[in-house]
Design a protein around this ligand. Structure first.
Ligand SMILES: Nc1ncnc2c1ncn2[C@@H]1O[C@H](COP(=O)(O)OP(=O)(O)OP(=O)(O)O)[C@@H](O)[C@H]1O
Ligand SMILES: [Mg+2]
Length: 332
């Protein structure tokens, strides 16, 4: 028998960082919200953050949320939400990048316009992803004393994996940058006649200081992200072939980054009693029959990771009450 979501949570009393991932539209947001709500109703202080560029928490909770800021959810004690906003971070990155490139070009004595370099670097989509990652790790680290649990609703699959994977790539890149910066600086030391002056400059080297600061932060985030007592990544799927395949791929990728897998939640499961109703449409009956094949596949191939099922609601899931119903299903 697989460990249920409830037992899994009980066995991990120090669980603090929870992620939901999966294909587009499978129910990542409602699952993240239900998980967060469940911790809040058990008396924990919870922060639910959405990394999705399309803001979805404000419509889910029917509350006007200020982008990029932590806001309290009305009607439930202990639940705060934050829709991560990257515009400001991206602008800050651009400014910092310009400053660094200016600094570098001045040293190298290369007369080129900095703007071109900044444009090239910042039109890359991974630039925005690293801004998201930056925001996420900032929350994880800076708010860790304020909240008992933080739930992150990640965006679509590839994005989320890259987001997590970035911590590893970032690390490699940073280590290399630091090494080459050290080499460049020591070369200047060797070549210079005014050693004292150079030594002083090195200790104030802004590139080195920035690199080391970023490295310290990513190291701290990586330590949290790979701690299986503190972190768990839940995959949401529908009982359909494509989202299941995405989850399988996702599990392999996430595991290769040493991110602890929390398990799988199957959403929009059609219940037998709905099919037995006379009013049920053929469409739903067919979907129910097809669902069996996929549920069997999950049991046979991913059974040990199955944590919970959420049944198909008759309407969209909106508002605290509906999220509470989902939370009841997950924690059964
Ligand atoms: N069990 C369910 N029964 C009925 N409707 C559901 C169920 N689960 C989710 N929905 C609806 O399906 C839509 C998608 O759900 P949700 O927003 O949680 O998915 P998502 O994975 O976060 O999507 P995205 O990839 O766009 O962020 C929403 O309109 C939601 O209300
Ligand atoms: Mg969503």
């Amino acid at each position: 028998m697989a460990t249920s979501y409830r037992d899994f949570i009980q066995k991990k009393p120090n669980l603090k960082y929870i992620f939901t991932g999966g294909k587009g539209g499978v129910g990542k947001t409602i699952s993240a919200a239900a998980i967060a709500l469940d911790f809040a109703r058990k008396g924990k202080r919870v922060l639910l953050s959405s990394l999705n560029p399309v803001h979805s928490l404000s419509s889910l909770f029917d509350q006007n949320l200020p982008g990029g800021k932590v806001a309290k959810i009305e009607g439930l004690d202990g639940l705060w939400v934050c829709e991560i906003e990257i515009t400001e971070t991206v602008e800050r990155y651009k400014k910092e990048l310009k400053r660094k490139i200016d600094f570098f070009l001045k040293y190298a004595d290369i007369p080129v316009k900095t703007e071109t370099f900044v444009e090239i670097a910042t039109t890359n989509p991974s630039f925005e992803e690293s801004a998201q990652f930056d925001q996420m790790t900032t929350l994880m680290i800076e708010k860790q004393d304020e909240f008992d649990v933080m739930v992150f609703d990640t965006a679509a699959v590839a994005n989320a994996v890259r987001l997590i994977g970035l911590s590893k790539l970032y690390d490699l890149w940073l280590s290399r940058m630091i090494e080459s910066r050290k080499e460049a600086l020591s070369l200047r030391m060797k070549l210079s006649f005014r050693k004292e002056k150079i030594k002083e400059e090195i200790s104030k080297d802004p590139l080195m200081a920035d690199l080391l600061k970023t490295k310290r932060r990513t190291d701290a985030a990586k330590k949290l992200l790979t701690d299986s007592e503190k972190t768990a990544f839940f995959f949401i799927t529908l009982p359909l072939a494509l989202p299941i395949a995405v989850v399988e791929r996702f599990i392999t990728m996430v595991s290769s980054f040493d991110i602890p897998v929390g398990g799988i939640i199957v959403n929009k499961v059609i219940l037998e009693d709905i099919v037995e109703k006379e009013t049920t449409t053929d469409y739903l009956r067919n979907a129910y029959n097809q669902q069996e094949t996929h549920l069997n596949y999950i049991h046979e191939n991913l059974g040990n990771l199955l944590r919970a099922n959420i049944s198909l609601f008759e309407t969209e899931i909106l508002g605290l009450k509906a999220v509470e119903e989902v939370a009841d299903m997950i924690t059964i």
